[in-house]
Design a protein around this ligand. Structure first.
Ligand code: ADP
Ligand code: 5GP
Length: 206
């Protein structure tokens, strides 16, 4: 028997290129109860990105209708494009005791904390240095030079929000970073507030 619990909202944020997608992917591969919140975005798909898997790629009209209709849990503009988190899959997962990981920015984290204060656990991922961040952005090979320059300029602003999160980690060694993120998830699952079935479980002892 286990205690019935509510799911965890694990929000992972970082400056673009710090490795949050890689960390998230590794967690998803090894944590069966965890699913990714697939955001909507008005930006174009990059090479290798699949509609419905990495993002739902939608037009601005559809995006505006989702915002107006309350279909997004949080939404924000990032790098001149619009992003948002569909509400329904998150609410369904949490009440079923399934955990959800979010690859969103600091603006999304702030809104998520306001919307779901007892469910959100925020992790901010830092690069070991700005030089390494730039190397990773280049190494990814998916962005044009001007885009990389824009992301480097935005990195400091994004990192200034790290203190708003519950946990911060430096992604130097990927294996270490993944285990640190997993430790946060495991501890969050055990939070007393999340164990909605605790009383019933104790009653079962007679
Ligand atoms: P983000 O999702 O934060 O934008 P990615 O996960 O796409 O970043 O990572 C950016 C690049 O850095 C990728 O090519 C990835 O393989 C690489 N990377 C991620 N973590 C590390 C690490 N600890 N050491 C070296 N390279 C890394
Ligand atoms: P990218 O275009 O590189 O996939 O993502 C750019 C930035 O937008 C990243 O910091 C990413 O975390 C953030 N982002 C992606 N989806 C969402 C979302 O649904 N909401 C918010 N607030 N940010 C998002």
């Amino acid at each position: 028997m286990s205690i019935m619990r509510r799911g965890v909202c694990l929000v992972i944020a970082a400056p673009s290129g710090a490795g949050k997608s890689t960390i998230t992917r590794r967690l998803l591969e090894s944590e069966p109860g965890l699913s990714l919140s697939v955001s909507v975005t008005t930006r174009a798909a990059r090479a290798g990105e699949e509609d419905g898997v990495h993002y739902h790629f939608i037009g601005q009209d559809r995006y505006d209708a989702m915002v107006a209709g309350g279909a997004l849990l949080e939404w924000a503009g990032v790098f001149g494009k619009s992003y948002g988190t569909p509400r329904e899959p998150v609410e369904a997962a949490l009440s079923a005791g399934r955990d959800v990981v979010f690859d969103i920015d600091w603006q999304g984290h702030r809104q998520m904390r306001a919307a779901l204060p007892d469910d959100v656990v925020g992790v901010f991922v830092l690069p070991p240095s700005l030089a390494e961040l730039e190397r990773r952005l280049r190494g990814r090979g998916t962005d044009a030079e001007a885009v990389i320059a824009g992301r480097m300029a935005a990195a400091r602003a994004e990192m200034s929000h790290a203190p708003e999160f519950d946990h911060v980690l430096v992604n130097e060694d990927l294996d270490v970073a993944v285990e640190q993120a997993r430790a946060v998830l495991v501890a969050a699952r055990l939070g007393v507030k999340r164990q909605v079935g605790l009383r019933a479980f104790l009653d079962g002892f007679g």
